[in-house]
Design a protein around this ligand. Sequence first.
Ligand code: MG
Length: 296
Amino acid sequence: MRLATFEMGTRRRVGVVHPDDGTIRDVTDRLPAGTGVTELIEAWASYAPALAAVLDDSPALARDQVTLCAPIPEPRRNIFCVGKNYAEHAREFNDSGFDASASEARPDRPVFFTKATSSVTGPYSPVELHPSITGQVDYEVELVAIIGRGGRGIPRAEALRHVWGYTVINDVTARDLQRDHRQWFLGKSLDTHCPMGPYAVSADEVELDALEVAARVNGEPRQKASVRDLIFDIPDLIATLSAGITLRPGDLIATGTPAGVGIGFDPPRFLAHGDVVEVSVSGIGSLRNEFLEGLL
Ligand code: MG
C-alpha cells in the first residue's frame, strides 16, 4: 500500500494512493483525530484492512488537486543516515577533499549521522540554497527504510521484519559546512534540505534487490546505482543501530548515496539558483525540487 500526507484547504490530511492510477483517497476523517502516517504504521495490522477497502468505496482525488507533503512530515526524532555506503561514492568523497571525518575510502563499520527533522520538506517543494552561509549545496539520492516494529538488539536475520516499508529522500548537503564543522550534522540539516516522498510504500510492494536509485540535475543523469551495491545492507544497518538504540515505529534510516554527486566532478558542480533536481528509486517514486536562493 502507498500512503500519502497532503494538504488540501487549510488542513494536513492522510491518504491512500491507488496503485494503478496514482489517485488519492482521503482517509483523514475516518481516523482518530491527529492520526498521521506514523500512527498508521505503528498500529498497521489494525488499520490495513480498512485502508485497503477505501480504494473501492471513496471518491478519488487527482494528484493535481492536492499538495503533497513528505509522507512523514515531522519525524519523531533525527533521521538516521549512513555515509559512504556505496564503494564508488566513498572513493569520490574521500578524493574530493571534503571528507574531514576520515582518511580511508571504504569504511569497515557503517558511518552513522543524523539529519535534523526540521529539514524535511515535500517531494515537489522548493529547496532553499541558503546563500548567506553556504555556496556549496549538493544532492544525494537515497532509499529510506521506514521502521514498523521497534525493538532493540534486532538480529540481522530478523531485521527486515521490522521494516514497514520505504520512501525516498534527497540528502541535500552543504559541503562547505560539512567539511568546516567536521561533524556532519550542521551541513546536512539546513531548512528544506530533506525533500522526502512522494509516498510511504509498504514492504510487500517492494522487491528490495531489484531497486535502482538515480538522480538528474536539469535533466542530466548524474547518479545511477543498484541497491544491491550497498556496502552495508539494510539488515546490517538495523542490526548495528539497534544493538544499543531502541528503534521505534516511524524511525527513518537513509541508506546512503552512490557515486555522481557534485563533489565527484573536477571541478565540483554545486547547485545554483533555478536548478531542478530529480531523485528517484524505481518502484517507489521520484522527487522533483527546484533549488532557489530564497523562498519568499
Ligand atoms: Mg547521504
